[in-house]
Design a protein around this ligand. Structure first.
Ligand code: NI
Length: 170
């Protein structure tokens, strides 16, 4: 397994729409393992392939608490097939927008259909933190970031700040 460098805001790759995974082969499983390794190292609770520069509809998640056993989840070609009317608010962050957090409101529960690492279709009813994390990561596959769900004023501020940092490093 390899820890991959993370793509950071304002890299335009983060705005790309990822393409479906055509088949779950050794290459995809290796990519999933690298993503898990990269996510745990960061540390984070979710990572989309585009965050390491691969525009494929593939996510890894693990919302287990500290001290609990790891619960790695590999999610391929996910689709939200139902969302609750009830909404919930979580403070979100993103490995591509380091050290920035903001409250985001989303449907509290979602039902997600996806292909698992065994190549089998699976349906998962996600609640709580897993639901928020799943929606945040699926957004990445569509080029959407959590800052797109906050006020324009705050979003512009964050983008300006990260653009400045990127320029100073260039
Ligand atoms: Ni993110």
């Amino acid at each position: 397994m390899t820890i991959k460098p993370l793509i950071i805001l304002p890299d335009p790759l983060l705005r790309e729409v990822s393409k479906p995974v055509e088949r779950v082969d050794a290459e995809i499983l290796k990519l999933a393992d690298d993503m898990l390794e990269t996510m745990y190292e960061a540390p984070g609770i979710g990572l989309a392939a585009i965050q390491i520069g691969v525009a494929r509809r593939l996510l890894v998640l693990d919302v287990a608490r500290e001290g609990e056993d790891k619960q790695p989840l590999v999610v391929i070609n996910p689709e939200i097939i139902a969302a609750s009317e009830t909404r919930s608010v979580y403070e979100e962050g993103c490995l591509s927008i380091p050290d920035y957090y903001a409250e985001v409101e989303r449907p509290a529960d979602v039902t997600v259909r996806f292909i698992n690492r065994a190549g089998k279709e699976e349906t998962l009813e996600a609640t709580g933190l897993l639901s928020t994390c799943m929606q945040h990561e699926i957004d990445h596959l569509n080029g959407v970031l959590f800052i797109d769900h906050i006020s324009r004023l705050k979003r512009d501020m964050v983008i300006r700040k990260f653009t400045k940092v990127a320029k100073s490093k260039a």
